[in-house]
Design a protein around this ligand. Structure first.
Ligand code: PEP
Length: 251
């Protein structure tokens, strides 16, 4: 099953509007020669509209770093799928480990966000991943299975191929520690098996599963060579045009 690679940059709570615009312009320029893969960037909410302008005419996808489940209403601090689409976003990161661990989002809330995004036409990137304690206690697969099953509750099979998943071991995010290519491939292949059990093998084979956790120019080629790794969700190394450019141009 051919899956089109996706290289995604998560800018987290970094960069003002002017710096976001110049980094987005560099990403758009650098991605012009890439016909065989997709590129996505997720600036802070405050920079989405300005970055959308810069990306016009490029093939770079614009994403939000989170999304509310309702269309509008009394949800102070939240941004709805319709609002995000209104400023030009077409994708949304959901269930990032920083949302889960710092802001207490659980699988149920992640699922609500995912359904809200999907039903509005935003492509969700569902993040899953175990902590170091869970890995050391041999619970990695149990945690991943629960996050995938509960995160996808209520998603019909025909919508599955339009979703993206990201395996992001929490111990590898922002720590400089990358999962080895073997560890990452093992987790990706397990997640694909969970999808096949939940839906069917053919549908599971169409879903892109990204790896995230200290992806850098030095390790991206090895990770991308693994059969079930379909792209990368990049934090720190996405904040510098040069390093993200090298990652987008993985071979
Ligand atoms: C992330 O933000 O999802 C991430 C993986 O960060 P980093 O690449 O810095 O580990």
């Amino acid at each position: 099953m051919e899956r089109r690679p996706l290289i995604a940059g998560n800018w987290k709570m970094h960069l003002n509007v002017a710096d976001s615009v110049s980094l987005a312009a560099a990403v758009a320029a650098g991605s012009r020669d890439l016909g065989d893969r997709d590129v996505m960037i997720a600036p802070a909410f405050t920079a989405l509209a300005a970055v959308a302008e810069v990306l016009k005419g490029s093939s770079v996808f614009l994403a939000a770093q989170n999304v509310a489940w309702e269309r509008e209403g009394a949800y102070t601090g939240e941004i709805s799928p319709a609002m995000l689409m209104d400023v030009g976003a077409s994708m949304a990161i959901i269930g990032h480990s920083e949302r889960r661990h710092i802001f207490g989002e659980d699988n149920e809330m992640v699922n609500r966000r995912l359904l809200g995004a999907l039903n509005s036409g935003l492509v969700p990137i569902l993040c899953v991943g175990e902590t170091l304690d869970e890995r050391e206690e041999g619970e990695t697969f149990k945690v991943l299975e629960q996050q995938v099953c509960e995160g996808l509750e209520g998603v019909p099979g025909d919508r599955l191929p339009s979703l993206v998943l990201a395996y992001e071991p929490v111990w590898a995010i922002g720590t400089g520690k990358t999962a080895s290519r073997e560890q990452a491939q093992e987790a990706h292949s397990f997640i694909r098996d969970v999808l096949a059990d939940l839906y069917e093998k053919n549908l599971a084979g169409q879903v892109r599963i990204l790896y995230g956790g200290s992806v850098k120019p030095e390790n991206v080629d090895a990770l991308m060579a693994e059969p079930d790794i379909d792209g990368a969700l990049v934090g720190g190394a996405a904040l510098k045009a040069e390093s993200f450019d090298r990652i987008m141009h993985f071979s």
